[in-house]
Design a protein around this ligand. Structure first.
Ligand code: 5AD
Ligand code: SF4
Length: 448
């Protein structure tokens, strides 16, 4: 989201060698998308970065005395109601680490030369901790950042936002900066909205959140508790949720898949890559092994669950072997569907400043290979439904006269001939044909 808040003023004081001069420029670049513009005036700065040097004797003591002066400026600004961030970077930061904040509590951030790329995350977290929002100036790119828009209220399915924001800080992603911290709506409000939806004929609700399984209500209940509550609402026959993070896929939610009938057997659980080295560079907070374990547990709870995911190819530093590991993971999981993207460099995110950016041509080639494999699996999953009879929620008219389109429990589109009056009904459909994107079948209603 692009916001039009006034720029924040950044004052950088550089000590030492040419390397530090270069690093100060990088720091300014990394902070620009967060709204920071350079100023020469230390007194009016919103953030001061002291880029320190270790080489001379007593360098550390000099840093502390300089910090003492900055503390006085910060205190004056605070009296005027202004907030100022003091960050220490460079070699002294590296050598002293958090010790600096203990000796001089006016310091908000200490960041060594190896971690400049993490500055956006550190700063966003600093803003959050003080309860103010971050003026992020990112180019909007809806496919990565936006939640689906809530429904207009005429359909038999609806989206219901239960959670927003993200605390995960994947290094490629703008959401933690643009959408802010994780926030969950009170479950009472959600339940009231779900009841109102059901009363107007909605039979399937998809609970939405950037990190929907990080949901926690006012009493500490997680998403599983919310789902169990909503499943009791008369008329609300189907519940889905998206998007989840592997880190928040807890045991309660997994067991709900085996126990709550209304909870549909479909899980969108992005993994992004099959290479542990890249997952680490992405700051995903999970490994391929922990992801596979979750899939195994979910399948143990609900044997027929369809697994979907998000993938990124061409993340900085991705080697052929990393990409092959992603293909291996996809083969092992047998995803029923997925979204896959070429890595897109978003200035202001840590990954944008990483070395090893990948050529577009390589990204293209990898994306094609990954999508070919995912399509193959999606087609195979769809074909596996042929000959089965599945409950389909009929949603709307199809392209051909007399045809309706609905969804299977696995989120597949299903075409069948049925009278219009059946829109909103969940009916058994015998599946006779399948393609990459949909199924076709015949109503299998018992005739009396
Ligand atoms: N480049 C490519 N894909 C991205 N996503 C988010 N940010 C980026 C980016 N910079 C993808 C991730 C995420 C999905 C919503 O969008 O796969 O799960
Ligand atoms: Fe972005 Fe990662 Fe948060 Fe998803 S979990 S919104 S990819 S930072």
């Amino acid at each position: 989201m692009t916001t039009s808040t006034p720029p924040r003023r950044l004052f950088i004081k550089t000590h030492g060698c040419q390397m530090n001069v270069y690093d100060s420029e990088r720091i300014a670049d990394v902070l620009a998308p967060l709204g920071y513009r350079l100023t020469d005036d230390v007194e009016s700065a919103d953030m001061i970065v002291l880029n320190t040097c270790h080489i001379r004797e007593k360098a550390t003591e000099k840093v502390y005395s300089e910090l003492g002066r900055l503390k006085a400026i910060k205190a004056r600004r605070a009296e005027e109601g202004d907030k100022m961030i003091i960050a220490v970077a460079g070699c002294v930061a590296q050598a002293e680490g958090e010790e600096i904040m203990i000796r001089q509590p006016a310091v908000d951030l200490v960041v060594g030369p190896q971690s400049y790329h993490r500055l956006p995350e550190l700063i966003a977290k600093g803003h959050r901790a003080r309860g103010d929002s971050l003026a992020a100036d990112f180019e909007p790119q809806a496919k990565f950042d936006a939640l689906p828009v809530s429904h207009d209220g005429t359909g038999v399915t609806a989206f219901l936002t239960v959670q927003e924001g993200c605390d995960k800080f994947c290094t490629f992603c703008v959401v933690p900066y643009t959408r802010g911290a994780e926030y969950s709506r009170p479950s009472t409000a959600i339940e009231a909205e779900a009841r109102a939806l059901a009363a107007r004929g909605v039979r399937e609700v998809t609970l939405l959140g950037q990190n929907v399984n990080a949901y926690v209500d006012q009493d500490g209940g997680g998403l599983a508790v919310l789902i169990r509550r909503l499943a009791k609402i008369p008329g609300l026959d189907r519940i889905r949720y998206t998007t989840s993070h592997p880190r928040d896929m807890n045991a309660e939610l997994i067991s709900a898949h085996g126990e709550v009938e209304a909870l549909m057997p479909f899980l969108h659980l992005p993994v992004q890559s099959g290479s542990d080295r890249l997952l680490k560079a992405m700051n995903r907070g999970h490994t391929t092994e922990s992801y596979l374990r979750i899939i195994e547990e979910v399948r143990a709870a609900r044997r027929d669950i369809a697994i979907s995911g998000d993938f990124i190819v061409g993340f900085p530093g991705e080697r052929d072997s990393d990409f092959e590991a992603t293909l291996d993971l996809v083969r092992e999981v047998r995803h029923a569907g997925a979204f896959s993207f070429k890595y897109s460099r978003r200035p202001g995110t840590p990954a944008a400043a990483m070395g090893g950016q990948i050529d577009e041509a390589v990204k293209d080639e990898r994306l094609q290979r990954l999508q070919a494999l995912l399509s193959e699996q999606q087609s195979a999953f769809n074909a596996s439904q042929i000959g089965r009879t599945v409950p389909v929620l009929l949603e709307r008219h199809g392209r051909h006269p007399g045809q309706l389109i609905g969804r299977s429990p696995y989120l597949q589109g299903v075409h069948c001939s049925a009278p219009e009056a059946m829109i909103g009904a969940i009916v058994p459909v015998a599946i006779s044909a399948a393609s990459l994107n949909s199924l076709t079948g015949e109503l299998a209603l018992e005739t009396a």
